[in-house]
Design a protein around this ligand. Structure first.
Ligand code: ADP
Ligand code: MG
Length: 242
């Protein structure tokens, strides 16, 4: 069974239909890049998978939790998926370690000692164990984004959703964040990432989803989509980003 099933999902904002019947299944351990022009519905799709938006039609299932079946089920769904955004949104008044500890303690009732252990492990995973007692403002943007990744990991999600997580970074800081993502992919984490980093998508992702006007316009392995785009829309998009 797939880890994530998105079944004919439609989403409207007023009269604007932003997702027009999305179907997508994601296997455990799969790494998927979502590409497409601004406004094509990429962020809305991720936000729906994380239960940050309601859906108007269709169904979303993540590891046995369903969207659209009440509050308790929504809380279950949110525990299954972590999300990382372009803006890191760390708490400025909390140390790095506390930033990573707080969600499991508040949301799951994890004990302080267990949360600390998780934070140490996950800061280690993103290469920042020595920053446990630092504060966000003492870190570079790339380091802050890696803390945000550790924070998401500390909830022990089944999948991670990344929405343009390197877009706000200075170019020289992009790779340290992508390297962390690459490592998580190698460890078997299920990842859905909206990204403009086409080379990274080509090297690391199992499949690429090209969204166009609220639909999955093309989907397939990167070598297929990038080398032999079938539609003029994808050809044009690839031409734009080269
Ligand atoms: P992308 O991430 O591909 O750039 P988005 O999912 O952010 O696209 O947006 C898709 C469309 O949905 C856009 O037309 C955008 O204006 C609209 N949209 C997104 N969020 C909202 C919202 N909260 N309210 C109204 N319209 C929205
Ligand atoms: Mg977006």
């Amino acid at each position: 069974m797939p880890l994530i099933t998105i079944d004919d999902v439609k989403k409207r904002f007023g009269s604007n239909e932003v997702l027009k019947g999305i179907r997508l299944s994601v296997e455990k351990g799969e790494v998927i890049a979502i590409i497409g022009k601004s406004g094509s519905g990429k962020s809305t799709l991720l936000r729906c998978i994380n239960g940050l938006e309601t859906i108007d039609e269709g169904a979303i299932n993540v590891a046995g939790a369903y969207l659209g079946q009440g509050e308790a089920e929504l809380r279950r769904l949110r525990l299954k998926v972590g999300m990382i955004f372009q803006q890191f949104n760390l708490f400025p008044h909390l140390s790095v370690g506390r930033n990573v500890m707080i969600s499991p303690m508040v949301v799951k009732g994890t004990s302080e000692a267990a949360a600390r252990k998780l934070a140490v492990q996950n800061l280690e995973r993103v290469g920042l164990s020595e920053k446990f007692d630092s504060f966000p403002e003492q870190l570079s943007g790339g380091q802050q984004q890696r803390v945000a990744i550790a924070r998401a990991l500390s909830m022990e999600p089944n999948a991670l959703l990344c929405d343009e997580i390197t877009s706000a970074l200075d170019p020289e800081l992009v790779n340290e964040v992508l390297n962390v993502v690459r490592k998580l992919a190698d460890e078997g984490m299920t990842l859905l990432m909206v990204t403009h980093e086409m080379r990274f998508a080509r090297e690391v992702c199992d499949r690429v989803v090209f969204m166009h006007q609220g639909k999955v316009h093309e989907i397939g392995p990167p070598e297929e989509l990038f080398v032999n785009p079938r539609t003029p829309e994808l050809r044009q998009f690839i031409g734009m980003t080269n």
